[in-house]
Each structure stands twice: as structure tokens, then as C-alpha cells.
Design a protein around this ligand. Structure first.
Ligand code: GLU
Length: 512
């Protein structure tokens, strides 16, 4: 279900790239695109739009076993739903196509050969068993595993012998023995790794498959990416990627690592959000504008008093220096609150349109509603717009308006501190009143207050009994607006049904 797609803000930036800034996101289609994965995407997108640069979407589909078309679809749908339009990538193309890694294998082979040719990479014939033995030894000696360099300096003769034995070579990058690899992280500041901590790493497996650190670097290089912004979980990959650029004699791009998102309870985002694809948030009744606003302000400050910003304000005010260095705490309560704010700010017509699919799915509105049906539902929704926090709450909120049969415990008709007798008196008098009253909230208010006085009962008791009789609930929108919206006929029917219910009880109400 996609109740809406009204992202027009930010769109105008699409065709107006005026800087050389190029950022990208490079998801693998190996799982649903859940909310945790949107964080780096949103930062990239805003960074690109703020700088009038280019946002590239590239798909890392070399994990052929686990890549699935439905996951790719989930990525594309989720980004579109959030309004994160990409300037180059799947379905839109661009000057650096293809934007799928499986279509770029030739370029990886070419650069790998270049590194082998210049001696920055070398062939490694170590078998899995040999490498496992090195690993076990490192474990026993309680030191981190580094490739010991067995094949680092094989002569051409030795290589030929290995090949004659039928061994197939992986390719490793020759990492300098000493020195450091450092960068000024756009978010986290200066970061350094000792090269001897890194060790010569594999860039192409003996099966011929190039590995992530290599492919991502070649893609970023050939696509002229200027700023690599991604999740903090990739931080230890960055020195390896910088070493690849250096080995190729190229200047690395800037790197920024966005701190991860955690739930307030701990490391994982609750099941409601963690497992669902972002597009599923639409079915859960979230507005894309609200999710965008929430995610764009999560762990990012904007030097403003409010948390509510339009897309254009976010683009204008964004400053990567204001992305917090600590993990961002995902707060589902706050997202719900923000969604409620966005719902309240919708025009009634827009709110109704967005609620309709939810109401129709529950059979509360027909698939092609008449003007009268639509007008009635709109009126009901207007009374609930202030109260719901997600669109998915709309069916329950307005069900009592449209149902023919209210299902409630009749004992609720006897409001606290009143009696069965009071309830009967109230219902009878209310029916009389409603037969003749003007069905307008202000008039009904006046008449019911006068009635309360005549009956000598507290307003809370009279209004409470009537509320239960006409809504089946103890909490509902303002009573007289509700009565006016329901209309005379429905109200009389419901008051009558409640009165008949009570008459079945004789003199003793059942225990409440
Ligand atoms: N496929 C990687 C991911 O989605 C890409 C990481 C990167 O941006 O370099 O985490």
C-alpha cells in the first residue's frame, strides 16, 4: 500500500547539480531494506542536495547466492518512498553505467592486473588449510592473525611451479610493513591505523571473484566519487581502501562514517522496526515526510529550536559537522509523536485520502465511495485527526462512526457514581431531546447542559452515559461534535438500543 507520494520538495535539486560533489550509496540486495540502513542513505542524500552534488545509487550484487530481485525492489521502493531520489543508478541510468557490480567485472579485472603489473599486488597460492593453520597458530599465541607473507616474494619460477601443481592463485595487496594509514573523517575526526595491523589482504579470491574492499574502491574511483559516507561498521575497511587508491597512484576521496543506530534498550532496534523494510512503514501508517524528518534529525543537530523541518529546510541547514559522533538512539515513541505532528498538519482532504486505503482494507469504506459516504467519513476523520499518531490507527478510531452495530459492555452505560436508574432516565431523556434538537454541536451542547440541570445529575454522568451509548467507548472525540457528525438518525437508533439493553436487566444491574 502506498497511501501517498507527495515529495515535491527536494525534487527541483535533481536536475541542478552545480558542484563536482559526488556521493553514493552501495547497498547489497541481500535482505530487506530496513530502517537502520536508511541512516547513511539519508545523510548521503542530504549531503548531495545541500552541496548541489550528485547522489549515485550502485548495487553490490556480487554475492550471487544471496542477492534477490525482491530485495533490490525493496531498496528502490524504500528510497523512493522516503523521497531519496537518485541522480544516477538503477532505472535512471547515468554516465557511469552500469550501476550493478556484476556488470563491472571487466573493470575489476583490469585494475587487478594493473596492481599485479606494478607489483603492488601479488599472487598468493596458500591453500585454505595452510591459512587455517596460520590462524590457529595466531590464536594460540594470542595475537591477531596477519597474513605471514608466505607468497609475498615468490620468484616467477616458484609461481610457475605452484601453477604446474594445479594451485590457483588469489591476489593480495602488498601493504607497507610500517607507517600508518590515516584520514580526517568527515564525522569522526582524525583516524589512523598502523599498517602492520592490516597485513596483506586478498583483493581477488582464487575463484576469480574480486572482494568488497577492492570492488567498492574501483567503483568509487571510476565513478569519481568525492565523498564516501557510510555506516561506522565499515570503518576498518577504510584503511584498506585508502591503501588500494595509493597503490594505484590515485588520491582517495574523503571518508565519513555515520555512527550506528541503536534502540534505547540496547544494541538492536525493536522488532517492530528492526525487521521491517522501510516500505512496510507505509502499511504501519507512517508518513514518509515524518520518517524522513525523524531520520534526518536523529543524531544530527540543526541549530534550531524545533525538531520539525521541511525537506528544504533540512537540505539548507544541514552541516556534516553536526552529525553526532555517538550512536544515534532510535526512539519509536518520538517517531510516533512526530508522525502525529505531520498528520495534524495535513489538510483534511489529504488526511482523508491517506486514510482511505486503511479504512477500505478493513471494510469500513466501500472501494468506490459515494460523495455522501466520503463526506460522512471525512467528518468522522476530522474529529480524529488530532488524536491518531499513525494512519493505521484511523480504522479503529472511526469504526464506531460507520458500524451498524456497536459492540460494547452495557455495564459501561452506568457511569461511576451513578445507578441503573440514572442511566435509564438519562437515555430516555436524551432520546426525547434528540428527536427535536437542532443537530449542531453548539445547540446540542446547550440543550444537554440544560437537561443535566433538569435531571439534577452531574454533567460527567449524563455525558458519560450518552457517550457510551452512541460510541461504545468511554473515550471519544468531543461529544457534541460526535453527535452532530453521527446525525439524528444514528444517534436515536443507538440511544434506543442502549435503553432496550438496560430494560432487559430488570432492577439489578450485572456486577460491573
Ligand atoms: N554494500 C555495503 C553496505 O551496504 C557498501 C558499503 C560502502 O558504502 O562502502 O554496507
Amino acid at each position: 500500500m502506498a497511501p501517498c507520494d507527495t515529495h515535491t520538495e527536494g525534487r527541483n535539486h535533481e536536475m541542478t547539480q552545480t558542484s563536482d560533489i559526488r556521493v553514493r550509496m552501495a547497498p547489497g540486495p541481500t535482505g530487506a531494506f530496513h530502517i537502520g540502513r536508511t541512516r547513511a542513505a539519508i545523510v548521503n542524500w542530504i549531503f548531495a542536495r545541500h552541496n548541489r552534488g550528485t547522489f549515485v545509487l550502485r548495487i553490490e550484487d556480487t554475492d550471487v547466492e544471496r542477492s534477490r530481485p525482491e530485495h533490490l525492489q525493496s531498496i528502490l521502493d524504500s528510497l523512493r518512498w522516503l523521497g531519496l531520489n537518485w541522480d544516477e543508478g538503477p532505472e535512471v541510468g547515468g554516465p557511469f553505467a552500469p550501476y550493478f557490480q556484476m556488470g563491472r567485472l571487466d573493470s575489476y579485472a583490469e585494475y587487478c592486473d594493473r596492481l599485479l603489473g606494478s607489483g603492488h599486488a601479488y599472487k598468493c597460492y596458500c591453500t585454505t588449510q595452510e591459512l587455517d593453520a596460520f590462524r590457529r597458530q595466531a590464536e594460540q599465541e594470542r595475537r591477531p592473525f596477519r597474513y605471514p607473507g608466505t607468497c609475498r616474494n615468490l620468484s616467477a619460477e616458484e609461481q610457475r611451479t605452484k601453477e604446474a601443481e594445479g594451485l590457483r592463485a588469489a591476489v593480495r595487496l602488498r601493504v607497507p610493513d610500517d607507517g600508518e594509514t590515516s584520514w580526517d573523517d568527515l564525522i569522526l575526526g582524525r583516524i589512523s591505523y598502523h599498517n602492520d595491523e592490516i597485513g596483506d589482504f586478498v583483493i581477488r579470491r582464487s575463484s576469480g571473484i574480486p572482494l568488497y574492499n577492492f570492488t567498492v574502491t574501483i567503483d568509487d574511483l571510476t565513478m569519481k566519487i568525492t565523498d564516501v559516507i557510510r555506516g561506522q561498521d565499515h570503518i576498518s575497511n577504510t584503511p584498506k581502501q585508502i591503501l588500494i587508491y595509493r597503490a594505484l597512484g590515485e588520491e582517495p576521496p574523503a571518508f565519513g562514517h555515520v555512527p550506528l543506530m541503536v534502540s534505547s534498550e540496547g544494541a538492536k532496534i525493536g522488532a517492530r522496526f528492526g525487521a521491517s523494510a522501510v516500505v512496510d512503514l507505509a502499511d504501519m501508517g507512517y508518513l514518509p515526510e515524518a520518517v524522513f524528518n525523524y531520520m534526518a534529525t536523529l543524531g544530527i543537530s540543526y541549530e534550531a529550536d524545533s525538531d520539525i523541518f521541511s525537506r528544504d529546510e533540512i537540505i539548507r541547514l544541514f552541516d556534516i559537522d553536526h552529525v553526532s559522533r555517538s550512536p544515534a538512539v532510535f526512539d519509536a515513541e518520538k517517531l510516533d509523536w512526530m508522525n502525529g505532528v505531520y498528520i495534524r498538519n495535513l489538510s483534511l482532504g489529504d488526511f482523508v485520502q491517506r486514510c482511505l486505503p486503511f479504512l477500505q482494507a478493513r471494510g469500513l469504506v466501500s472501494s468506490t465511495p459515494s460523495d455522501d459516504e466520503l463526506a460522512y467519513v471525512s467528518r468522522a476523520l476530522s474529529l480524529e485527526q488530532e488524536r491518531v499518531r499513525t494512519l493505521a490507527q484511523a480504522p479503529e478510531a472511526v469504526e464506531f462512526f460507520v458500524t451498524d452495530h456497536l459492540d460494547y459492555d452495557p455495564a459501561l452505560l452506568i457511569v461511576k457514581k451513578s445507578s441503573l436508574e440514572d442511566a435509564r432516565t438519562i437515555l430516555e431523556a436524551a432520546e426525547d431531546l434528540c428527536r427535536t434538537a437542532e443537530f449542531e454541536a453548539g445547540d446540542l451542547d446547550k440543550e444537554f447542559r440544560a437537561l443535566t440541570e433538569r435531571l439534577g445529575l452531574k454533567t460527567g454522568i449524563v455525558f458519560g452515559t450518552v457517550r457510551v451509548a452512541v460510541t461504545g467507548r468511554i473515550a471519544a472525540p468531543p461529544l457534541f461534535d460526535t453527535l452532530a457528525a453521527l446525525g439524528r438518525e444514528r444517534v436515536l437508533k443507538r440511544l434506543g438500543a442502549a435503553r432496550r439493553e438496560l430494560s432487559r436487566w430488570g432492577e439489578t444491574p450485572p456486577v460491573q
